[in-house]
Design a protein around this ligand. Structure first.
Ligand code: ADP
Length: 262
C-alpha cells in the first residue's frame, strides 16, 4: 500500500472536491467551494470560521444530511454519492451520532427512553444494561426516569451525547453543541466528547465559534468563503483566537484593498 492509500484508509470521513452551491444560476452562493479534507479515525476536530463561511454546510455534507453539488464524500468506508434517501437514513442511524445546540430531546420521554430512541428507530432492542452503561458514562446514572424538563441545560446535553453514543457510531457530529451552555458546563461536555474519541475510538467533528471550546480538539480547521484556509494542531485558545482575528482581518483587508483599487 502506498502512503496516499494508507492515509486515505485512516480517514473515517473524506471529502474530495466537494462544492455546494445554493440559489439559482443568476445569483449562486458557493457555500462550499472545492473542499478536499480528511478526518482520521480517533481524532477530535473543531471547525471554525466567520458566520456564513460554510461550517454547517460542511458538517451536513459530511454527515449525509445535505448533498454536495459536486465532489464525493466517503464515510466509514461508504461512498455517499449515489445513495438514495432511505440508504442515507440507514447510514445516519447506524454510523453517525449528532449533537446539536438545541438538545432536541423528546420532552414526553424519560431520559432512558430518549437515549434508547435511535436503537428503537432502527428496529433494534437495546442490549441489556447498555442504556444504563452509557448514562453512567455521562454521569447521569441516577436520572434515568426523569424527563428532560427536570434537568439543567448541561444535563440535557449529556443526555443528547448519551443518545449519540448508544449506537456506537463511527463519527459524532456536533453543530455548536456547547453554544447554549455556560463556560463550566461547556467544558464538561467537551471533555466528555474528547473521552469518547480517545477511549472509544470514535471520531468527533464539531462546529464551534468558541476558541476555548476549539482548544479541546486535536485539530482546528478554519473555513473562510467556503474554503479550508488553514488548520492548527494542539493549539491553545489564545493561538486559535489570534488565528480567527486574522481570518477576519484578512477578509477586511481584501475588502479594503478592493475598495482602495476603485
Ligand atoms: P456557517 O455555518 O459558517 O455560518 P453556512 O454553511 O450556514 O455557514 O452557510 C454558508 C453560506 O451558504 C452562507 O452564505 C449562507 O447564507 C448560504 N446558505 C446556507 N444554507 C442555505 C440555503 N438553504 N439556501 C440558500 N443559501 C444557503
Amino acid at each position: 500500500m502506498n502512503t496516499a492509500t494508507a492515509n486515505a484508509t485512516a480517514d473515517v470521513v473524506r471529502l474530495t472536491g466537494v462544492s455546494r452551491t445554493y440559489g439559482g444560476e443568476r445569483n449562486p452562493v458557493n457555500a462550499l467551494d472545492d473542499v478536499s479534507i480528511g478526518f482520521r479515525t480517533g481524532t477530535f476536530t473543531a471547525v471554525m470560521g466567520p458566520s456564513g463561511s460554510g461550517k454547517t454546510t460542511l458538517l451536513q455534507c459530511a454527515a449525509g444530511l445535505d448533498r454536495p453539488t459536486a465532489g464525493s464524500v466517503l464515510l466509514d468506508g461508504q461512498e455517499l454519492t449515489g445513495l438514495d434517501e432511505k440508504q442515507l437514513t440507514m447510514l445516519r442511524r447506524e454510523r453517525i451520532g449528532f449533537v446539536f445546540q438545541a438538545f432536541n430531546l423528546l420532552p414526553a420521554l424519560t431520559v432512558a427512553d430518549n437515549v434508547a430512541l435511535p436503537l428503537r428507530l432502527a428496529g433494534r432492542k437495546p442490549e441489556p444494561g447498555s442504556v444504563d452503561q452509557v448514562l453512567e458514562r455521562v454521569g447521569l446514572g441516577s436520572r434515568k426516569t426523569h424527563r428532560p424538563g427536570e434537568l439543567s441545560g448541561g444535563q440535557q446535553q449529556r443526555v443528547a451525547i448519551a443518545r449519540a453514543l448508544i449506537t456506537k457510531p463511527a463519527v459524532i457530529f456536533g453543530d455548536e453543541p456547547t453554544g447554549a451552555l455556560d463556560t463550566r458546563t461547556a467544558l464538561e461536555i467537551l471533555r466528555l466528547l474528547r473521552e469518547s474519541v480517545h477511549q472509544g475510538g470514535q471520531t468527533a467533528i464539531v462546529v464551534t465559534h468558541d476558541p476555548v471550546a476549539a482548544s479541546h480538539a486535536d485539530r482546528v480547521v478554519f473555513l473562510a468563503d467556503g474554503k479550508v484556509v488553514d488548520e492548527l494542531y494542539g493549539a491553545s485558545a489564545d493561538a486559535i483566537a489570534e488565528r480567527m482575528t486574522h481570518l477576519g482581518a484578512w477578509g477586511d483587508q481584501t475588502v479594503a484593498s478592493r475598495e482602495g483599487a476603485r
